[in-house]
Write a protein that binds this ligand. Structure first.
Ligand code: FES
Length: 237
Protein backbone atom coordinates (compact mmCIF):
# COMPACT_ATOMS: atom_id res chain seq x y z
CA UNK A 1 0.00 0.00 0.00
CA UNK A 2 2.76 2.34 1.01
CA UNK A 3 4.59 1.85 -2.26
CA UNK A 4 1.39 2.42 -4.18
CA UNK A 5 0.77 5.65 -2.33
CA UNK A 6 4.27 6.84 -3.06
CA UNK A 7 4.05 5.99 -6.73
CA UNK A 8 0.78 7.75 -6.98
CA UNK A 9 2.23 10.79 -5.24
CA UNK A 10 5.16 10.88 -7.60
CA UNK A 11 3.01 10.23 -10.62
CA UNK A 12 5.19 7.41 -11.81
CA UNK A 13 2.35 5.27 -13.04
CA UNK A 14 1.87 7.16 -16.23
CA UNK A 15 3.39 4.42 -18.36
CA UNK A 16 4.35 6.05 -21.62
CA UNK A 17 3.75 9.55 -20.32
CA UNK A 18 6.84 11.71 -20.59
CA UNK A 19 7.99 14.49 -18.34
CA UNK A 20 7.46 18.04 -19.42
CA UNK A 21 10.12 20.73 -19.12
CA UNK A 22 11.16 21.34 -15.52
CA UNK A 23 12.65 24.66 -14.53
CA UNK A 24 16.12 24.21 -13.12
CA UNK A 25 16.51 20.59 -14.23
CA UNK A 26 18.43 19.36 -17.23
CA UNK A 27 16.29 19.26 -20.33
CA UNK A 28 17.44 15.68 -20.87
CA UNK A 29 15.71 14.64 -17.67
CA UNK A 30 12.54 16.46 -18.51
CA UNK A 31 12.12 14.34 -21.61
CA UNK A 32 12.67 11.00 -19.91
CA UNK A 33 10.26 8.57 -18.34
CA UNK A 34 11.59 7.41 -14.96
CA UNK A 35 12.58 3.75 -14.69
CA UNK A 36 11.40 1.99 -11.57
CA UNK A 37 13.44 -0.80 -10.03
CA UNK A 38 13.15 -2.46 -6.63
CA UNK A 39 12.30 -0.38 -3.59
CA UNK A 40 15.62 -0.89 -1.86
CA UNK A 41 16.33 0.09 1.71
CA UNK A 42 19.72 1.69 2.23
CA UNK A 43 21.65 0.24 5.17
CA UNK A 44 24.89 0.81 6.98
CA UNK A 45 27.77 -1.66 6.74
CA UNK A 46 26.23 -3.75 9.52
CA UNK A 47 22.98 -4.13 7.64
CA UNK A 48 21.11 -1.73 9.91
CA UNK A 49 18.73 0.73 8.27
CA UNK A 50 20.60 3.90 7.41
CA UNK A 51 19.12 7.14 8.70
CA UNK A 52 19.56 10.38 6.82
CA UNK A 53 20.85 11.84 10.07
CA UNK A 54 23.72 9.31 9.96
CA UNK A 55 25.15 10.87 6.82
CA UNK A 56 27.97 13.35 7.27
CA UNK A 57 27.45 16.49 5.19
CA UNK A 58 29.35 16.85 1.93
CA UNK A 59 30.87 13.39 2.19
CA UNK A 60 31.06 10.82 -0.57
CA UNK A 61 29.03 7.65 0.04
CA UNK A 62 28.66 4.76 -2.39
CA UNK A 63 25.96 2.12 -2.75
CA UNK A 64 25.08 -0.32 -5.51
CA UNK A 65 21.85 0.28 -7.40
CA UNK A 66 19.92 -0.80 -9.43
CA UNK A 67 22.30 -3.63 -10.32
CA UNK A 68 24.88 -5.41 -8.18
CA UNK A 69 27.78 -3.85 -10.09
CA UNK A 70 26.47 -0.33 -10.72
CA UNK A 71 27.64 2.18 -8.08
CA UNK A 72 25.84 5.34 -7.06
CA UNK A 73 26.97 8.37 -5.12
CA UNK A 74 24.89 9.36 -2.10
CA UNK A 75 25.42 12.90 -0.86
CA UNK A 76 24.07 15.13 1.88
CA UNK A 77 24.58 18.56 0.39
CA UNK A 78 25.17 21.80 2.22
CA UNK A 79 21.86 23.26 1.06
CA UNK A 80 18.36 21.98 0.29
CA UNK A 81 17.68 20.97 -3.30
CA UNK A 82 14.14 21.79 -4.28
CA UNK A 83 12.06 21.68 -7.40
CA UNK A 84 10.28 25.03 -7.87
CA UNK A 85 6.79 25.04 -6.36
CA UNK A 86 4.09 24.33 -8.88
CA UNK A 87 6.38 22.47 -11.28
CA UNK A 88 4.32 19.90 -13.18
CA UNK A 89 4.94 17.38 -15.89
CA UNK A 90 3.47 17.98 -19.29
CA UNK A 91 0.64 15.61 -18.40
CA UNK A 92 -0.14 17.66 -15.28
CA UNK A 93 1.33 15.26 -12.74
CA UNK A 94 4.10 16.03 -10.29
CA UNK A 95 7.64 15.45 -11.51
CA UNK A 96 9.24 12.15 -10.57
CA UNK A 97 12.37 13.75 -9.21
CA UNK A 98 11.54 15.81 -6.14
CA UNK A 99 14.96 17.27 -5.47
CA UNK A 100 16.67 16.43 -2.19
CA UNK A 101 15.00 14.18 0.37
CA UNK A 102 15.25 14.00 4.14
CA UNK A 103 14.25 16.51 6.77
CA UNK A 104 16.52 19.16 5.29
CA UNK A 105 15.80 18.16 1.69
CA UNK A 106 19.48 17.89 0.94
CA UNK A 107 20.08 14.16 0.37
CA UNK A 108 20.56 13.29 -3.30
CA UNK A 109 21.91 10.32 -5.24
CA UNK A 110 23.27 9.87 -8.74
CA UNK A 111 24.72 7.04 -10.74
CA UNK A 112 28.50 7.16 -10.26
CA UNK A 113 29.15 6.05 -13.85
CA UNK A 114 30.58 9.09 -15.63
CA UNK A 115 28.59 10.05 -18.71
CA UNK A 116 31.79 10.62 -20.69
CA UNK A 117 33.83 7.40 -20.85
CA UNK A 118 32.14 5.55 -18.02
CA UNK A 119 34.77 5.95 -15.30
CA UNK A 120 33.33 4.64 -12.03
CA UNK A 121 34.45 3.88 -8.47
CA UNK A 122 36.11 0.47 -8.23
CA UNK A 123 37.62 -1.10 -5.13
CA UNK A 124 41.01 0.08 -6.37
CA UNK A 125 40.46 3.58 -7.63
CA UNK A 126 37.86 6.25 -8.23
CA UNK A 127 38.26 9.19 -10.57
CA UNK A 128 34.75 10.45 -9.93
CA UNK A 129 33.69 11.95 -6.63
CA UNK A 130 31.98 14.88 -4.97
CA UNK A 131 34.39 17.71 -4.31
CA UNK A 132 33.37 20.07 -1.48
CA UNK A 133 36.29 22.43 -1.89
CA UNK A 134 37.42 24.51 -4.84
CA UNK A 135 40.38 22.99 -6.66
CA UNK A 136 42.81 24.17 -9.32
CA UNK A 137 40.55 22.67 -11.97
CA UNK A 138 36.99 23.34 -10.80
CA UNK A 139 34.70 25.14 -8.42
CA UNK A 140 33.59 23.81 -5.04
CA UNK A 141 30.53 21.63 -4.39
CA UNK A 142 30.60 19.76 -7.65
CA UNK A 143 30.89 16.16 -8.77
CA UNK A 144 34.16 16.10 -10.66
CA UNK A 145 35.43 13.19 -12.75
CA UNK A 146 39.18 13.62 -12.83
CA UNK A 147 39.60 11.20 -15.74
CA UNK A 148 38.92 13.96 -18.28
CA UNK A 149 37.46 16.71 -16.08
CA UNK A 150 33.76 16.42 -16.53
CA UNK A 151 32.11 18.50 -13.84
CA UNK A 152 28.51 18.02 -12.72
CA UNK A 153 26.26 20.07 -10.43
CA UNK A 154 24.67 17.82 -7.78
CA UNK A 155 22.39 20.65 -6.68
CA UNK A 156 20.91 20.86 -10.17
CA UNK A 157 20.22 17.30 -11.22
CA UNK A 158 23.89 16.60 -11.98
CA UNK A 159 23.77 18.74 -15.08
CA UNK A 160 27.09 19.17 -16.84
CA UNK A 161 28.91 22.33 -15.82
CA UNK A 162 32.01 21.76 -17.92
CA UNK A 163 34.10 19.09 -19.60
CA UNK A 164 33.40 16.48 -22.24
CA UNK A 165 30.44 14.63 -20.69
CA UNK A 166 27.54 14.86 -23.15
CA UNK A 167 24.77 14.50 -20.57
CA UNK A 168 24.05 14.57 -16.82
CA UNK A 169 24.65 11.66 -14.52
CA UNK A 170 21.53 9.53 -14.17
CA UNK A 171 19.57 10.50 -11.08
CA UNK A 172 18.51 7.98 -8.46
CA UNK A 173 14.98 8.40 -7.17
CA UNK A 174 15.06 8.36 -3.38
CA UNK A 175 12.29 8.06 -0.83
CA UNK A 176 12.62 9.30 2.72
CA UNK A 177 10.56 7.67 5.48
CA UNK A 178 9.86 10.46 7.95
CA UNK A 179 8.85 7.93 10.62
CA UNK A 180 12.33 6.47 11.02
CA UNK A 181 14.47 8.80 8.88
CA UNK A 182 15.17 5.85 6.58
CA UNK A 183 16.17 6.07 2.93
CA UNK A 184 15.06 3.95 -0.01
CA UNK A 185 16.14 3.87 -3.65
CA UNK A 186 13.26 3.43 -6.07
CA UNK A 187 14.53 3.86 -9.61
CA UNK A 188 16.41 6.12 -11.97
CA UNK A 189 15.61 9.24 -13.91
CA UNK A 190 17.43 10.59 -16.92
CA UNK A 191 19.58 8.81 -19.44
CA UNK A 192 21.58 6.03 -17.83
CA UNK A 193 24.77 4.30 -18.94
CA UNK A 194 24.05 0.78 -17.74
CA UNK A 195 24.01 -1.01 -21.10
CA UNK A 196 27.23 0.67 -22.24
CA UNK A 197 28.79 0.04 -18.82
CA UNK A 198 28.09 -3.69 -18.87
CA UNK A 199 29.33 -3.88 -22.43
CA UNK A 200 32.56 -1.97 -21.81
CA UNK A 201 33.49 -3.72 -18.57
CA UNK A 202 32.12 -7.19 -19.32
CA UNK A 203 35.36 -9.06 -18.63
CA UNK A 204 36.33 -7.08 -15.55
CA UNK A 205 32.86 -7.36 -14.01
CA UNK A 206 32.68 -11.03 -14.80
CA UNK A 207 35.94 -11.63 -12.93
CA UNK A 208 34.91 -9.45 -10.03
CA UNK A 209 31.29 -10.51 -9.59
CA UNK A 210 30.82 -13.67 -11.60
CA UNK A 211 29.23 -14.08 -15.00
CA UNK A 212 25.66 -13.14 -14.17
CA UNK A 213 25.79 -11.56 -10.73
CA UNK A 214 27.06 -8.19 -11.96
CA UNK A 215 23.76 -7.64 -13.76
CA UNK A 216 21.56 -9.05 -11.04
CA UNK A 217 19.06 -6.56 -9.68
CA UNK A 218 19.61 -5.14 -6.23
CA UNK A 219 16.67 -6.25 -4.12
CA UNK A 220 15.63 -5.48 -0.56
CA UNK A 221 18.73 -3.74 0.75
CA UNK A 222 21.92 -2.06 -0.40
CA UNK A 223 24.89 -1.21 1.81
CA UNK A 224 26.09 2.39 1.93
CA UNK A 225 29.80 2.93 2.51
CA UNK A 226 31.99 5.97 2.58
CA UNK A 227 33.91 6.19 -0.67
CA UNK A 228 37.11 6.39 1.34
CA UNK A 229 36.51 2.93 2.76
CA UNK A 230 34.94 1.46 -0.40
CA UNK A 231 37.81 2.46 -2.63
CA UNK A 232 41.57 2.24 -1.97
CA UNK A 233 42.52 5.41 -3.87
CA UNK A 234 40.40 8.41 -4.74
CA UNK A 235 42.00 10.59 -7.37
CA UNK A 236 42.00 14.31 -6.58
CA UNK A 237 42.28 16.98 -9.22
S1 FES B 1 35.32 9.35 -17.98
FE1 FES B 1 34.73 10.97 -16.67
S2 FES B 1 35.40 12.74 -17.69
FE2 FES B 1 36.01 11.13 -19.03
Amino acid sequence: MRRRRFLSRCALLGGAATLGPLAGLPAAWAEQTPRLFARTRLTDVHGRPLRAADLAPETNYVFQYPFAATPCLLLKLARPVTVPAGTRRADGDAPAWQGGVGRDRNVVAFSAICAHKLAYPTREVSFIRYQPEKSATSAARVIHCCADHSVYDPADGARVLSGPAPQPLAGILLEHDAADDGLYALGTVGPDQFAAFFDKYRVRLSLEYGESRARSAVAATSIVRELSSYCRTTIQC
